[in-house]
Design a protein around this ligand. Structure first.
Ligand SMILES: O=C(O)[C@H](O)[C@@H](O)[C@H](O)[C@H](O)COP(=O)(O)O
Length: 257
């Protein structure tokens, strides 16, 4: 089980600066080791916290490969789409080759077919494993991404694994689906917990006081919330502002202000 670290920052801006440095360092590491850097995005506020990354001069963007930990089952041009969110605020501002960006199947998304969209995305991931773009985690055969950038909801959900729903129990599939998400819109596809936890490096970025209770519950492993089950192969780092960290014990956490 990888160590779970917390880094607490005085402000969102400081957190964003350090998140960019952390990501750039891992980009350098993996691009040096394997000429590729597989990055998994989520939706929500996280994308706006990548703004400093766009200016990072050291990044070899042509070696990046982009995937989504979860996605709403809708058209790419729908304001609910995580692909659209990432494209408008991040991907359109950095020179990652279009052929290195793997979004939900366009047609199935537009059709709203969550079950088939999940199956198709899993096929897409398996194809990238076969092509040597995505590594696999030891003997499990699960895909192992280099870095996953996650967010958490006030109810403690991560990706589209929600409290009180069965998707988090899925242990075989790589990608599953939900048609009654607790957070609108209701139809989504999502990585399963085994895939999320096979990542080499997992970042959970959480800000604001509304998230303080779920942050404390996740890190203290109370309430059995999905984000409390986050681990990784090498390291998990919670990037928190002081407001989100305000209910953590003041001792015992590796934190940087
Ligand atoms: O598709 C989604 O809705 C996101 O992937 C979701 O899992 C997000 O990471 C959390 O809900 C946090 O969202 P906020 O940053 O908007 O609170």
């Amino acid at each position: 089980m990888a160590p779970v670290k917390t880094r607490v920052f005085k402000s969102k801006d400081e957190m964003t600066v350090e998140l960019a440095k952390y990501t750039a360092d891992l980009s350098s590491k993996f691009c040096k080791e394997r000429e590729k850097f597989t990055v998994v995005l989520s939706g929500g506020d996280l994308i706006s916290w990548l703004s400093n990354l766009i200016e990072e001069p050291s990044i070899e963007w042509s070696k990046w490969y982009i995937f989504w930990v979860d996605e709403r089952v809708c058209a790419w041009d729908n304001d609910d789409s995580n692909y659209k969110l990432a494209y408008d605020r991040f991907l359109s501002k950095v020179p990652i080759p279009a052929e290195n960006i793997f979004a939900i199947d366009k047609g199935l998304g537009a059709e709203g077919n969550a079950e088939l969209a999940a199956e198709r995305y899993e096929e897409c991931l398996k194809d990238k494993v076969n092509k040597g773009i995505i590594r696999t985690y030891k003997s499990s055969g699960f895909p192992q991404f280099d870095l996953q950038l996650l967010g958490m909801g006030p109810d403690g959900h991560m990706a589209s694994l929600f409290p009180g729903h069965d998707e988090i129990k899925e242990k075989v599939k790589w990608v599953t689906f939900i048609n009654d998400s607790s957070k609108p819109p209701s139809k989504r596809i999502t990585f399963t917990l085994p895939v999320i936890n096979c990542a080499s490096y997992n970042v959970m970025a959480v800000c604001d006081k509304e998230q303080a209770d779920s942050t404390a519950a996740a890190l203290n492993h109370t309430k059995g919330i999905p984000a409390g089950q986050l681990t990784a192969d090498v390291e998990v780092v919670w990037f928190l502002d002081q407001a989100a960290a305000s209910k953590l014990p003041q001792h015992g956490w590796c934190s940087v202000l």
